[in-house]
Every structure is written in structure tokens, then in C-alpha cells.
Design a protein around this ligand. Sequence first.
Ligand code: FES
Ligand SMILES: [Fe+2]
Length: 343
Amino acid sequence: MTRFLRNVWYMAGWSGELTDGLLTRRIAGRARVFFRLADGTVAALHDRCPHRFAPLSRGERAGDALVCPYHGLTFDAGGQCIRNPFSERIPAGAQVDSWACAERDGIIWMWGGNADTADPAEIPDFSRLADQPGRKVLRGHTLVRAPYEFCTDNLMDLSHIEFVHRGTFAGDGVIFAGQHRVIDDGATLHSNWWMPGVPAPLPTRPPFAEGQLTDHWLDMRWNAPASMELDIGATLPGRPREEGFRVGGQAHIVTPESTTTAHYFTANARHEAVDDPAVDAFLTELFDQAFNAEDKPIIEAAFANLEGQDFWEGRPLSLGIDQGGTRARRKIQAMLAAEDRNG
Ligand code: FES
Ligand SMILES: [Fe+2]
């Protein structure tokens, strides 16, 4: 059974999803409501009034506070009730949980633990996916009906490309010519593929011509709970990476919604044809096909196939190529154990 980490930064959404309204999102089994304060920073409250449990998100803003739609209790951005329409007195316990938020690289992050332990320096770097002149970023969000670790397994083991992505990214078996390495760097895991002497993969054409032999890499970086960045590139055989072509960048960030569902956020950055809507349309379609029509159904079907058994109870076979996902699961287990010990 999935348990949720508390002391991690969860991606709550894209910055562009939250303007002057309210963003509701269930994260790690709890309904949360996000809103921007007058100074532009983001606040997060439990989306449940402590009186008769109405969703605060159905209420109204009152400056930097939210008014419950049911009987009008008003809560500030820290979750404290600041107005009771029926009395001067604010009852004890008239409070909702709140969480620290930070915004970076066009992403809203929420710290799952106590606000006083939140350190924005621990937010993984997605600056390659931030908006900036000369760069176009296409962003998406979908809900996967499987625990978030199943998405991590999928992303940390890209050998599935040749089977699952026949309609999009499959590369005529080049991944089988590759060397796979998992590097454990403390809080960060890397699941790296290195494919020397293979035909230039699609995202690197141009600059490379179709059929041109290259050394090609696919490097996935992971941080808990499931924030991943994919680095894709190719260089002429034997030449250093810096001389080759590195694709703009890809984010794959997964946030548990519940024990059996996950938010899957994706972003793709490019520095070519940034003002070309035809390229936007082509890539949007490509990613929709790859992530929604190819990855999602197989992840969901695999989870459903466990018929309620826990992942480890199902006694998963190990092939070696899957050790990135396995290490990520082990790290999360160790972090949960540490939270049990230390609170
Ligand atoms: S349910 Fe919110 S004030 Fe009654
Ligand atoms: Fe995939």
C-alpha cells in the first residue's frame, strides 16, 4: 500500500495554471486549494472547512483569505480562521492545514511537511524547462490510474521505448545497442543510456541527417518523490558531447494524487522554430500519442493486473535494466522509514 512522503517538494501544477483564481488539486491523498496572494506568492490550504467540511475552493476570495461557501468562516493564507460571521469569537480549532509553496522554473511546488522545515534549495533544477526568450516550452498534465511509483518505473527504464512507443519514439532497436548505468548520487538518481554508433535519433535531426551515425544519450535524472528530467542528445561518433546536439529538455514530474492515482506533468523545451505553430501542433500530437496513448494504458493495465496486491507482493522479476525504478522505490522506502523515526 502506498504511503506518502511528507518531507519532499511535490509539484502542484504549472505556474500558468494559477492566475487570480483558485487551483484545486488532490495531492498525496488530500484535497488542496492553491491561490495567489497579493504579493504574487502562492498559498496552499486543506480544501476542507473544519466546520461542516465544505470545500473552501467553492467559496470566495476576500483579499488574501478564503471565505467558506457554506456558513462563511474566513481563513487566512496560513489556515487560521480570521472571521466568524456569527460571533466576535473565533472558536478554538477553527483552523485548516496549510503548506509552504515555492515557485521556480514555471512550476508551483508544495512542501508536504511542516512549513518550518521547507527548504526551497532542495527543489530539483528544471531551469531548462523555464520560459525564456528563444525557447518554446510545451506543457501537459494527465491523470494516471496507478500509484506514482509505477510511472517512475516506466521513466527510469526507457527500454520500454522499443515496445510501447512503436508509434512514436521507437528507434529500430538502438536502445539494445546501448549501455545502461544507474548512478546513485545521494538524493539524486541517474538512469543513463549510452548508445554509441547508432543512426541519429529523430529529435536530433536536424542538425544530423537521417542515417548519420552518432553516439546517442538518454539520461534520466530522478529526485523524490518522482521529479524527473530527461536529457536527450547525440554527437558524432567518438566526439565529446559538448560538440554534439542536446535537445532542449524534457520534464517528467509525477505527483501522487491518491494511493492509486498520479498526476503526470510533462514539459518539452526547444530552441528551434520557436514561433512555428505547425511545430507546436506536431509535437503536441506526438507527446499526446506517446504519453497518453502509449505509456498510460500499459502502466494502468500493469497496475490493474496486480489485482490489489502490493508491488513487492507480486514478486516482480528483475531484468537489471529496471534497477533505476527499483532504486527509486528503495530510496522512498528509506525516506519513509526515516520520517517514521524522526517525525
Ligand atoms: S462548513 Fe465552512 S463555515 Fe460551515
Ligand atoms: Fe514511455
